[in-house]
Design a protein around this ligand. Sequence first.
Ligand SMILES: [Zn+2]
Length: 90
Amino acid sequence: MRLKCPLCGERDRREFYYFGDAVVLARPDPDAGISAWDDYLHNRDNPAGVTRDLWQHEAGCAAWIVVTRDTVSHEVLDTALASDLKRAMS
Ligand SMILES: [Zn+2]
């Protein structure tokens, strides 16, 4: 598998570190309550289809990247800098 780093271009998947579900970018407010924090810390979806995952270009520029991919077809649909998406979400 190859991933496109927005800064470095297309690279082999082995240059990247997989962190997990990109939902970690949508952190609840500090006073959101125990249920919201429990869900944020412990519960993750495992869909057959399109997912958004957080990866780091560990052997390259070290940028954090959100990869949108299809877990059924293994097609990578989009990559974007996590910092850009986090700014867009706030
Ligand atoms: Zn890079």
